[in-house]
Design a protein around this ligand. Structure first.
Ligand SMILES: [Fe+2]
Ligand SMILES: [Fe+2]
Length: 341
């Protein structure tokens, strides 16, 4: 994957550092309240900060062409990442009300109630019956940022667990990774969807085109996955994903069929209708329920992780539907028309 174009002074500076061999560098200039997003804060733009954080995290996944692998654990890089994470945690805190911490045995029920109370706009209903092909392709472009590394961020949780919740997480992840068959890996199925829509299925091909809200969806998973203290939130996040997947994927599949997508292109969505109906139960009960029983002090974190997933999903849906209502692209309006449509 290539580093994308910078989106402001923060990514300009970061990408210039990454182009050189690993070295010490000072923090980028910032006034009080660095990276803040309150009015009046001297801040780097949100697009700039989300992309910088995404790139810092990506060094733990596939990395970038021309960027030395040793940057992954470079202390200056990690210091910058920590400041970005502090900004991002504040960004989340302002958007995601923290649900009350339930007693351990109530966690599966509290997760279900949280999901049921979610009243965001339905992107899947729009894609099923109204989206045109260009809009469906845009949706897939956004989703490719996470789906081409589907399940990877939650895998960071495995060595942080023991016993029942660990076994449950491994059971889910095993399905996500195709149960030993590469062609059944969900990331591979998603690549087939991309090819079916005439899109470039290579990893990170569209990083430069997606807005900050799409990057935030990946960033929150990496934030929770890469910090052991956040393991409760990581599990809650995965549970919310699985619990809100089956029906929307059915609708995506119907939408793609309406637009002429063949079975190969629809297989990714089809697979999730079945698989996530099962994963939902494993995630809520065997994984989060068992984790909560072992860690009664972390039930609030589990619910918070789920709430973050739901909120980001809502912000994402609002962004796409809002832009489409205005007759605009939901991608960054740089070269989107040329590259995707
Ligand atoms: Fe999946
Ligand atoms: Fe799943």
């Amino acid at each position: 994957m290539q580093l994308p174009a910078p989106r402001g002074p923060l990514t300009e500076r970061l990408f210039a550092e990454l182009a050189r061999p690993p070295h010490a560098f000072g923090p980028p200039p910032a006034g009080p309240g660095p990276y803040g997003d309150r009015p009046g804060d001297p801040c780097f733009g949100e697009e700039d900060a989300q992309l910088a954080l995404f790139v810092c995290y990506e060094l733990h996944y596939q990395g970038f062409d021309g960027v030395d692998d040793r940057w992954e654990w470079n202390p200056s890089l990690l210091a910058l990442r920590e400041r970005l994470e502090t900004w991002f945690e504040g960004w989340l805190a302002r958007r995601v009300p923290r649900p009350p911490a339930p007693p351990s045995r109530e966690v599966p029920r509290a997760l279900a109630a949280l999901v049921a109370a979610d009243d965001g706009p339905s992107l899947s209903a729009y894609l099923r019956s109204r989206a045109d092909t260009a809009q469906f392709r845009e949706f897939v472009v956004h989703r490719s940022i996470y789906q081409l590394k589907e399940a990877d961020p939650h895998t960071w949780g495995i060595p942080r667990l023991l016993g029942r919740p660990k076994a449950a997480l491994v059971e889910i992840q095993s399905d996500e990774y195709g149960g030993g068959r590469p062609e059944r890996m969900h990331a591979e199925l998603f690549r087939a969807t991309m090819r079916g829509l005439g899109l470039d299925d290579s990893y990170g091909a569209y990083l430069g085109l997606v807005p900050g809200v799409t990057l935030a969806i990946s960033n929150v998973m990496s934030l929770f996955g890469l910090h052991r203290r956040r393991r409760g939130a990581l599990l809650g996040h995965l549970a919310a994903f699985e619990m809100t997947s089956s029906l929307p994927n059915h609708r995506y599949s119907q939408g793609l069929r309406r637009l002429g997508g063949d079975a190969g292109a629809r297989r990714y969505f089809h697979e999730h209708v079945q698989a996530d109906a099962v994963h939902e139960q494993i995630a809520a009960h065997d994984m989060c329920g068992a984790f909560a029983a072992e860690h009664p002090g972390l039930t609030g974190d589990v619910l918070y992780g789920a709430a973050c997933a739901l909120t980001l999903d809502r912000l994402f849906a609002e962004h796409l539907l809002g832009r489409w209502r205005e007759g605009r692209t939901s991608l960054r309006e740089t070269d989107a028309e040329v590259t995707v449509r």
